[in-house]
Write a protein of this length. Structure first.
Length: 358
């Protein structure tokens, strides 16, 4: 009799423990945030001809293989992977931007809590800034890449990808605008740029500094972007099937109007002039830009100089020429903003306002 009741007590206790364990595991599975990883290619998905050599093919492996290389991600998030395109980011284009932005806006209305986009580093800053201006969500959106192919010794992709997911699922990452995670740094889309052609430590925010760092798998923020973005942005891709054509023209000694004339002939809607110094054009170039403006083309002055503002009220009379100055936007980001500005207006004063606010 005694033996039976001891047995029964043990089996009830055992069943209770199993039950508790199951409830706990279920609860744990429930709390893992759901994240979408949208893959576009790049060196992070690159495959090399050797483990040390530099020859490799960008965007060679798919999102499933990328994720399989970092199984630790499954411990912190429930992942849904999507292959949007599979390209080197030198081939990134407006159509992919529109597709990506529309897809994220759509997924943002579901229970997906955060987004990571794997991307080549060459044009990563442009995609990040475009999305920063058109996504209608305050859910975290993080772009990530790598400087070394996935097959290289000490590939930087797996750690960057893990950090990107950790950053994206962290509650403190909400509402900060689109970010790039590379080499332990959290970089804001409005300022981040690639600064070295081959180094792992290549991304920086030369004007405002990084938003923070990744430390032991946690984002530690030290700054908030002061520029308008995402839910506060006036730009939208909802009714867009293409973007207005804007070209960048580079400044240098002895520059001629050749490329401005060619751009006018090609029917561009806007020109970003990557001028010398504080976005200065030569006298002949300025004349060509003024006549382009008179024919209805929007002109934004930016600078080929790495950092600092391209400011109004300096050597160029922007009011008289009807130009806008790009302030802290480098030429490639100025192009992104000018394309979106032109979906709304071609008034240079309005365009100037946008360059101050975004
Ligand atoms: N060309 C590559 C790309 O941008 C370089 C990289 O990812 O680092 O796709």
């Amino acid at each position: 009799m005694k033996k039976v009741s001891v047995r029964r007590t043990i089996s009830i206790a055992f069943m209770l423990m199993v039950g508790l364990f199951m409830v706990n595991s279920f609860a744990f599975a429930q709390v893992k945030p759901k994240i979408a990883i949208l893959a576009t290619g790049g060196t992070i998905a690159g495959v090399g001809q050797s483990e040390v050599g530099s020859a490799y093919k960008s965007g060679a492996i798919t999102v499933d293989k990328l994720l399989a290389a970092v199984p630790q991600i499954n411990n912190i998030a429930t992942v849904q992977g999507e292959q949007v395109v599979q390209i080197g980011s030198q081939d990134m284009n407006d159509m992919v931007w529109l597709k990506l932005a529309k897809r994220i806006n759509e997924l943002a209305k579901t229970d997906v809590q955060a987004f990571v986009i794997t991307h080549g580093t060459d044009t990563q800053e442009e995609t990040a800034y475009f999305l920063n201006l058109v996504l209608k969500t305050d859910k975290p959106v993080v772009l990530v890449g790598a400087m070394r192919a996935s097959t290289a010794i000490s590939a930087d992709g797996p750690k960057n990808l893990y950090d990107a997911v950790s950053c994206a699922i962290d509650p403190t990452s909400k509402g900060r605008g689109v970010m790039i995670i590379m080499n332990d740094k959290i970089l804001g889309a409005d300022d981040v740029t690639k600064t070295m052609t081959t180094a792992v430590e290549t991304f920086a925010c030369p004007n405002y500094g990084p938003l923070g760092i990744m430390y032991n798998g946690k984002p530690m923020y030290t700054r908030t972007s002061m520029k308008k973005h995402t839910v506060k942005s006036e730009f939208s891709v909802d009714n867009l099937s293409e973007l207005p054509r804007v070209e960048i023209i580079y400044g240098y000694s002895n520059v001629t109007p050749l490329f401005v004339d060619a751009a006018v002939k090609a029917g561009v809607k806007g020109i970003v002039y990557a001028g010398v110094g504080n976005g200065n054009p030569s006298t002949t170039l300025q004349d060509a830009l003024v006549s382009a403006r008179k024919s209805g083309i929007a002109i934004v002055r930016s600078s080929r100089v790495f950092s600092g503002p391209t400011s109004q009220f300096d050597e160029v009379d922007d009011e008289k020429c009807e130009f806008a100055a790009s302030w802290y936007k480098n030429p490639q980001k100025a192009r992104v903003l000018l394309m979106l500005a032109l979906t709304k207006t071609d008034n240079y004063k309005e365009i100037q306002r946008m360059f101050i606010e975004y």
